[in-house]
Ligand binder design. Structure first.
Ligand code: ADP
Ligand code: ASP
Ligand code: MG
Length: 401
């Protein structure tokens, strides 16, 4: 008998028929003699709808109240799925994040899991039933509800799999696995039968939302066997594991991230310590910075341009504008109409052709590059948002077409 964690995303539980479809998958796995813990997301666009409701009230809701609101989405799904399992004669119990032992830090809306106390999970599983857990949520030391950030149910599932040493963690979604690019953007994208943790981590961090990047990080750390597959089409999916097929292609995929804004701090002093001051201010608020470009100093001043997640842009600009005097900046500007497009694969940096092939593809599509960054396994460019899908297709065609 194996312990299997199965996670179903929002589209997989979007309506009555989809919920029964999920219930059948879960019941079959349980009837085959496995212990099953299920993690579900909120139905369809519920989380977006809840965010929109909050925005109708205020543009600056507190993190605590947002988490209180958003946790309701997953609460609906777990109850409905347990009812459906009951209809199929499969005994099941639903648990909210806190009931399932998810203890997090107190950073509302991007809480990090401190630990999963598995006592209750184990006790409920011991009663020969399926346990259905609300993804994306936990509780902090102050006994307040928290959420893990968008797409966080993947992380919930992997965290349970790691804490309970599950034999397998299956992430069921609305595509058949991990592809060489988002199959909704690139018609010719190919499904990968397997991918290495590091490559998947890059793809996920660079915008391929099929897996949340923190879930991949956790899976790698605790060596959780991870599989991405379709809840609608029972065909083999993609296995994410330590080392994937060594002889596979070097370029693994192309990713797009439109949750990006660029911020420019113009005319800062050209002296030591300025970059430190700028970025430590952002780090104190847990705002992650990505691509960074510093201009050459001229007449004692220089410009620092960088990207942040769009969701952090307002706060970042506010903090920097308040402190403008500390680094002698003249102005803080931002641009939300940008996107980051990246090519991912092992050994990219040691292959001179990759960058030139990528830039040629963009040039031939008449797409202007604003920023570039490279690492051992990726090259990213910042471009105008309107060009993003065209760029993904052009780059995919150049490497994987
Ligand atoms: P869920 O609701 O199941 O969590 P998500 O919408 O978060 O599903 O993630 C699945 C989506 O990820 C797919 O519908 C697809 O459009 C998108 N996606 C982006 N990049 C990729 C990729 N490389 N491979 C597969 N899907 C991708
Ligand atoms: N419901 C949450 C979201 O939409 C969590 C998830 O789907 O993973 O972001
Ligand atoms: Mg998701």
């Amino acid at each position: 008998m194996a312990l299997i964690v199965q996670k179903f995303g929002g589209s997989s539980v979007a309506n009555r028929d989809r919920i029964f479809n999920v219930a059948r998958i879960v019941a079959n796995t349980h009837n085959a003699g496995n212990d099953v813990v299920v993690v579900v997301s909120a139905q369809g666009d519920t989380t977006d709808d809840l965010i929109a409701k909050a925005q109708e009230i205020t543009h600056d809701p507190s993190g605590r109240e947002m988490d209180m609101l958003l946790c309701a989405g997953e609460q609906i799904s777990i109850a409905l799925l347990c009812m459906a399992l009951g209809e199929l004669g499969c005994k099941a119990i639903s648990l909210l994040g806190w009931q399932a032992g998810f203890i997090t830090d107190s950073s509302h809306q991007k809480a990090r899991i401190r630990k999963v106390d598995t006592e209750r999970l184990e006790a409920e599983l011991g009663k020969n039933q399926v346990v259905v857990v609300a993804g994306f949520q936990g509780i902090c030391r102050a006994d307040d509800l928290t959420t893990l950030g968008r797409g966080g149910s993947d992380t919930s599932a992997v965290a349970i799999a790691a804490a309970m040493k599950a034999d397998l963690c299956q992430i069921y979604t609305d595509v058949e696995g991990v592809y060489t690019a988002d199959p909704r953007i690139v018609k010719k994208a190919k499904k990968l039968s397997e991918i290495a943790f590091d490559e998947m981590l890059e793809l996920a961090s660079l915008g391929a939302q099929v897996l949340n990047n923190r879930s991949v990080e956790l899976a790698k750390k605790y060596n959780v066997k991870l599989e991405v597959l379709s809840s609608l089409n029972p065909v083999p999916g993609t296995i994410v594991k330590e080392v994937a097929n060594m002889e596979g292609m070097m370029i693994k995929g192309v990713a797009k991230d439109t949750n990006v804004s660029s911020i420019a701090v113009l005319g800062v002093h050209d002296q030591p310590g300025i970059a430190f001051k700028v970025f430590s201010l952002l780090a104190q608020r847990k705002i992650n910075v990505d691509l960074i470009l510093q201009s050459v100093g001229r007449d004692g001043t220089k410009d620092i341009t960088f990207t942040v997640a769009s969701t952090d842009r307002r706060q970042a600009v506010e903090i920097l504008t308040e402190s403008i005097g500390r680094f002698g900046a003249k102005k803080v500007e931002y641009d939300d109409d940008v996107a980051k497009v990246s090519v991912v694969g092992a050994g990219i940096q040691s292959n001179a052709n990759v960058a030139s092939t990528m830039f040629e593809a963009l040039y031939e599509s008449n797409i202007n590059i604003r920023m570039i960054s490279t690492s051992e396994i990726k090259i990213s460019v910042l471009i105008e948002k309107k060009d993003a899908d065209k760029a993904v297709n052009a780059i995919h065609e150049a490497f994987l077409g």
